[in-house]
Design a protein around this ligand. Structure first.
Ligand SMILES: N[C@@H](CCC(=O)N[C@@H](CS)C(=O)NCC(=O)O)C(=O)O
Length: 210
């Protein structure tokens, strides 16, 4: 069976959990949530599996490992309905997945982590950094808003892996100070996404409070 190392509070991890749920793939789950300063991802046993010390990490039945959320999502989704067969739409899916890692996650996820999820770790964050993250995150969300005003899903007419990876952090962006109420196309997309068969909340499968 596949083993997934993932952090309930991590959107990068949630992307993989969503993919496993949508495709009904069985897996064993190892949670690596921070525990009172004990960072499981920095311990020797975990570093042997992923020297980068990051989750998500997928271990295959034969012991091989894969890191980087979007690579794991694509590995799991290959050949499924989450990857468009049409080559242009498939390239569109990749376009949004690269956008997610370069323009969206480094601003939206990082700001949400600082001001909400991991706030207790740094109660006095740098104001200039927060302002810069807000500007960059707003820009990324505006790019998504423009696309979703014209297309039901990011890669086109079909729900795809691109929607999964961008849902990971967009669904809680308001907790990071991003105003989704002025982005109606994103808000409708979030509702459409959460209504899909196979959808699971972020705390799944541990029922973790997020
Ligand atoms: N680009 C990587 C980012 C992975 C990453 O930053 N993971 C964070 C959680 S979102 C992590 O493992 N943090 C724990 C740590 O750094 O100890 C991906 O998409 O998987």
């Amino acid at each position: 069976m596949l083993t997934l190392y993932s952090m309930p509070s991590s959107g990068n991890s949630y992307k993989v959990r969503l993919t496993l749920a949508h495709l009904a793939i069985p897996f064993e789950h190892v949670t690596t949530e921070w525990d009172e300063g004990r960072e499981l991802t920095k311990q020797a046993d975990f570093l042997k599996l992923n020297p980068a010390g990051k989750v998500p990490l997928l271990r295959l039945e034969d012991g091989r490992t894969l890191s980087e959320s979007n690579a794991i999502v694509l590995y799991l989704a290959e050949g499924s309905e989450l990857v468009p067969h049409n080559s242009f739409n498939r390239a569109k899916m990749f376009e949004w997945m690269f956008f997610e890692q370069y323009s969206h996650e480094p601003a939206v996820a990082v700001r949400t982590g600082i001001v909400h999820t991991y706030k207790s770790r740094n109660p006095n964050p740098d104001a200039a950094l927060l302002a810069d993250l807000l500007t960059r995150g707003d820009k990324a969300l505006d790019v998504m808003e423009a696309r979703l005003s014209q297309s039901p899903w990011l890669a086109g007419d079909q729900f795809s892996a691109a929607d999964i990876v961008l849902y990971g952090y967009t669904h809680k962006a308001s907790l990071g100070g991003f105003d989704l109420s002025k982005r109606p196309a994103i808000s409708k997309w979030l509702d459409r996404f959460a209504a899909l068969d196979g959808h699971v909340d972020m705390g799944w499968p541990e029922n973790a409070p997020i």
